[in-house]
Ligand binder design. Structure first.
Ligand code: PDD
Length: 284
């Protein structure tokens, strides 16, 4: 059984509880992070902390504990659950208060929960064969840059993809791809340019996106940060997604049409390889 963390205590997962009045439960009034663990170490931890603070700040939720404490908790959970490869989920909510649309007093203790997921991240059969993706309208709210726990629409979109025999969905606003349900989206044009949407309130500022674009820069690959149209995907040489759980994950089919030769492309494969190396080298 897993040991999880809730509000200062390390407990068996069956004994960890949160109030029914928690605003995360009633209003989706909370934010989260998912950090990759490789070789028992945290990948890009500083960037996850940075984004956590940004999300909290946008929602005016005060950090529940210090950054040093957060690092200690992550490491304690890795140790206690013997995680070599997997993910750590962290969630902060505005805490428990009588139901009211107005925020409770700022002194209300925030809820802090963390748990581990043991998972084969490197050996991923979908990454080997390439993902099949559908496009679907992006009906999320307009602050997708804040990593809130309101994930119902992405969940519905993923179910729609599954019901159509695909692995995931790319979300589309005004004819342009914003991002995947839980990843950032990229195409590689026939002249070898990597294209991914520029940072704005329309997408989550992916930690993996930042690192992978740095890898691309180091490899002297051409990168354009701009919205790309759905019509450009069919013309692309390759496509891929990035996320902490999927790393660099090739896409080989969009709405039933083959991308490139239908196999994971060379640039996606190279970036996946380099990104994994870089992550192993820099994990803490
Ligand atoms: N999802 N875009 C969205 C909408 C996401 O939910 C995620 C992450 C990303 C990629 O961000 P990062 O590279 O920092 O993981 C982009 C996480 C993994 C999840 O919800 O499980």
């Amino acid at each position: 059984m897993r040991t999880v963390y809730v509000n200062g205590s390390y407990l068996p997962e069956t004994e960890a509880h949160v109030s029914i009045f928690d605003r995360g439960f009633l209003f989706a009034d909370g934010v989260y992070e998912v950090t990759l663990v490789l070789g028992g170490k945290l990948v890009d931890f500083a960037a996850h902390l940075h984004r956590l603070h940004r999300s909290l700040n946008e929602l005016r939720i005060a950090p529940p504990v210090s950054d040093d404490d957060l690092l200690d908790i992550h490491r304690a959970l890795i140790r206690q659950n013997q995680i070599d490869e997997g993910l750590i989920y962290l969630q902060v909510t505005r805490g428990a208060a009588d139901r009211d649309f107005l925020f409770p007093d700022a002194a209300t203790p925030r809820t802090l929960v963390l748990f581990t997921q043991k998972k084969a991240i490197l050996n991923n059969p979908v990454a080997e064969r390439g993902q099949r993706v559908i496009t679907i309208e992006d009906l999320r709210w307009r602050r997708c840059d804040i990593k809130t726990v309101q994930l119902l629409y992405p969940s519905l979109a993923k179910m729609e993809a599954k019901s159509r025999g695909a692995d995931d969905a790319w979300l589309v606003r005004d004819g342009f791809v914003t991002e995947g349900t839980s990843n950032n989206a990229y195409i590689v044009t026939r002249n070898g340019t990597i294209v991914t949407r520029d940072l704005s309130t329309d997408i989550l500022h992916g930690v993996t996106r930042h690192s992978v674009l740095q890898c691309a820069h180091d490899l002297q690959l051409k990168v354009e940060e701009r919205p790309f149209a759905v019509g450009e995907i069919g013309e692309a040489a390759e496509a891929f997604t990035t996320s902490s759980s999927g790393l660099v994950n090739p896409v080989v089919e969009i709405d039933g049409a083959t991308i490139g030769d239908g196999n994971p492309g060379p640039i996606a494969k190279r970036l996946r390889h380099i990104y994994i190396q870089r992550s192993r080298d820099t994990a803490i």
